[in-house]
Design a protein around this ligand. Structure first.
Ligand code: NAD
Ligand code: UD1
Length: 340
């Protein structure tokens, strides 16, 4: 029998790629998204690429009546919960909105799931919970905390809340997936990352420089203790990440409990590594300027993702060239994202 998965925030960047993988794997997919940071066009394209339909409900995960209706209407086996706000800088300016959305929506979802007796949940956490891993590969045993912004704090609080929910009722099966830096796009170039306004993150910013929307990249500091002085991160192709969710879902069906699991490649690249790899992908040199460090940035953050391999049988397949090639393909085909 086909399993049905409710995907909250499924119209967004990681959600849309995960919906695609779920459909291709044979799941039926129901999406709830309030479209506050996405476009329905992403899901139209997912259905075109896969040739398979999904059900879309426009609504807010904080609307418990709506969730109860969804759980009554569909026979849902598990939930993948992407919905939330994700900008670090914006969270410092709007902490109330961030805590309200990220905490309130997860609590509402868990209450509705409990009522519907659905207790399998894949949750979007983040490498941000590690704070500063101080140059070491972060594994799941690393201490968490030391976070300086409400977005990151909300993720850590939610990990704790979900752990408490599990402790109160060990019928729950929960995967806390700690993503490192998701980048890239589906190889079709039809779906990808579509940031609102000026991108905060490195790869979408470089893509916009490459396509001529921005004059140059500002490199935030070249005096870190890293090989070239610029910040080092663990970039992971969004399709690898999407497949990690499918692997986590399969794992959940046979493994009760709650586990935090890193999803990264285990390899760190610097800002200049990314810039040069992107230049290779787009076939032109890209202007950049070294500017001040960005407040709150750490020098180095990369994963030890061996637990994902051990538990889920998952490991990243795509390399940096694939990430840049696919990001560029998406950007050049959709210079203004889903807007045209
Ligand atoms: P995104 O903004 O593209 O997707 C989130 C989706 O949730 C959007 O479509 C938005 O419209 C929707 N949404 C927000 N609040 C909602 C609500 N209350 N009800 C219904 N829908 C709502 O973000 P993304 O990059 O796809 O990230 C997905 C998840 O992964 C988020 O929880 C994010 O914090 C987490 N995460 C992202 C990254 C990253 O770099 N992209 C890294 C680590 C963790
Ligand atoms: C950021 C968030 C983090 C979140 C992650 C995933 C901050 C402080 N952290 O991580 O919480 O989980 O996104 O989306 O925002 N850089 C430049 N120029 C730019 C943009 C970035 O030099 O225009 C550098 C940064 O200094 C960093 C690297 O590129 O060294 C990656 O930055 P970014 O893509 O924003 O990701 P993180 O800072 O790792």
């Amino acid at each position: 029998m086909t399993s049905s998965i409710l995907v909250t925030g499924g119209a967004g960047y990681i959600g849309s790629h995960t919906c695609l993988c779920l459909l291709e794997t044979g799941y039926s997919v129901i999406v709830i998204d309030n479209l506050s940071n996405s476009s329905i066009e992403s899901l139209n394209r997912v259905q075109n690429i896969t040739g398979k339909p999904l059900d879309f409900i426009q609504g807010d995960v904080r609307d418990e009546t709506l969730l109860n209706e969804i759980f009554k209407k569909y026979s849902i086996d598990a939930v993948i919960h992407f919905a939330g706000l994700k900008s670090v800088g914006e969270s410092i300016v709007k902490p109330i909105e961030y805590y309200d959305n990220n905490l309130h929506n997860t609590l509402t979802l868990c209450r509705a799931m409990t009522r519907a007796r659905i207790k399998k949940l894949v949750f979007s956490s983040s490498a941000t919970v590690y704070g500063d891993p101080k140059g070491k590969a972060a594994n799941e045993q690393f201490p968490v905390g030391g976070i300086t912004n409400p977005y990151g704090t909300s993720k850590l609080m939610l990990e704790q809340i979900l752990t408490d929910i599990y402790r109160s009722d060990n019928e729950w099966n929960i995967a806390l997936l700690r993503y490192f830096n998701p980048v890239g796009a589906h190889a079709s170039g039809l779906i990808g990352e579509d940031p609102n306004g000026i991108p905060n993150n490195l790869m979408p910013y470089i893509s916009q420089v490459a396509v001529g929307l921005r004059p140059y990249l500002s490199v935030y500091g070249n005096d870190y203790s890293t090989p070239d002085g610029t910040g080092v991160r663990d970039y992971i192709h969004v399709m690898d990440l999407a497949k990690g969710h499918v692997a986590a879902l399969k794992w959940l069906t046979t493994n009760p409990g709650i586990r935090a699991i890193n999803l990264g490649t285990g390899v760190g690249y610097s800002v200049l590594d990314i810039l040069h790899a992107f230049e290779k992908a787009c076939g032109k040199s890209l202007p950049y300027k070294i500017v001040e460090r960005r407040a709150g940035d750490v020098a180095i953050c990369y994963s030890d993702s061996s637990l994902a391999k051990e538990l889920l049988g998952w490991q990243a397949q795509y390399n940096l060239d694939d990430m840049c090639k696919d990001a560029w393909h998406w950007q050049v085909n959709n210079p203004k994202g889903y807007k045209g």
